[in-house]
Design a binder for this molecule. Structure first.
Ligand code: GCO
Length: 261
């Protein structure tokens, strides 16, 4: 049974893997045997991240490029395939959020969120799948969100992108499953990362709200995502397509309860 989830001999490209959920999922894939190719956009952050991966015994190939730049995406994907080897697993994790009420949001801010969170995964998958199709094998994992299913004040652009990413995942599954390429998504709940730090720390009321709103009664730890990432990267998911696996402590299972109960 354990061989079902063994990623030895597999190569995983994870975008936005210099910190947070991307790094946690990448480490999980490496612990299951995968060779790591990591993407980021900030050289200083990448240097620190490579040091962390290596200090934990993981060898990584690192590349700095913007997933919204199709020329750079094509160039780097082709470079990896030519110089390192086939990309077996793509994790589209890179994403940004801008917390601004829709009525106040500048259209360029809105466009940037859509570009990184929805166009980026399309471009990465389009160029990785070019190589997967002839091999008739591959795994694509898009990283969705609670905002794939729920709205929240000030995150409308992000929700629009993450909602679209669910349907993009289903569309990838529709077009690429015939080549034995499984396209699925992971929907993280609320996790303790730098992205949520502004709404979690220093007595922010959202912290208590999330703890009460989450049946598990806690924020997710990034390591909680490794299992779903390994499953969707492994032979264990070879007949799973177009699904979003929510790793959310139960948030989407419930309407919640009054704070004082
Ligand atoms: C927010 C949070 C969320 C989480 C995550 C939930 O402002 O509501 O940042 O967007 O980060 O996406 O799944």
């Amino acid at each position: 049974m354990s061989s079902l989830f063994d990623l030895s001999g597999k190569r995983a490209l994870v975008t936005g893997a210099t910190h947070g959920l991307g790094m946690a999922m990448a480490k999980g894939l490496a612990e299951a045997g995968a060779e790591l190719i990591i993407n980021g956009t900030t050289p200083s952050r990448m240097e620190k991240a490579v040091g962390e991966y290596e200090s934990e015994g993981h060898t990584v190939h690192s590349f700095i490029f913007d997933v919204t730049n199709e020329h750079k995406v094509r160039e780097h994907v082709d470079k990896v395939e030519k110089e390192i080897g086939p990309i077996d697993i793509l994790v589209n994790n890179a994403g940004i959020i801008k917390r601004v009420p829709l009525k106040d949001m500048d259209v360029e801010e809105y466009r940037r969120v859509i570009d990184v969170d929805l166009v980026g995964p399309f471009l990465m998958a389009k160029h990785v799948v070019r190589h997967m199709i002839p091999r008739k094998e591959g795994k694509i994992i898009n990283i969705c969100s609670m905002m794939t299913e729920l709205g929240r004040d000030t995150v409308g652009a992000y929700a629009a992108a993450k909602g679209g990413l669910k349907m993009l995942t289903k569309s990838m599954a529709t077009e690429w499953a015939r080549y034995n390429i499984q396209s699925n998504a992971i929907g993280p709940g609320y996790f303790a990362t730098s992205q949520t730090e502004p709404i979690r720390k220093d007595g922010h009321p959202f912290n208590e709200f999330i703890i009460n709103r989450t049946p598990a009664g806690r924020w997710g730890d990034p390591s909680d995502l490794a299992g779903a990432a390994v499953f969707l990267s492994s032979k264990g998911s070879n007949f799973v397509n177009g699904q979003v696996i929510y790793v959310d402590g139960g948030i989407l299972a419930t309407i919640g309860k009054p704070a004082n109960e």
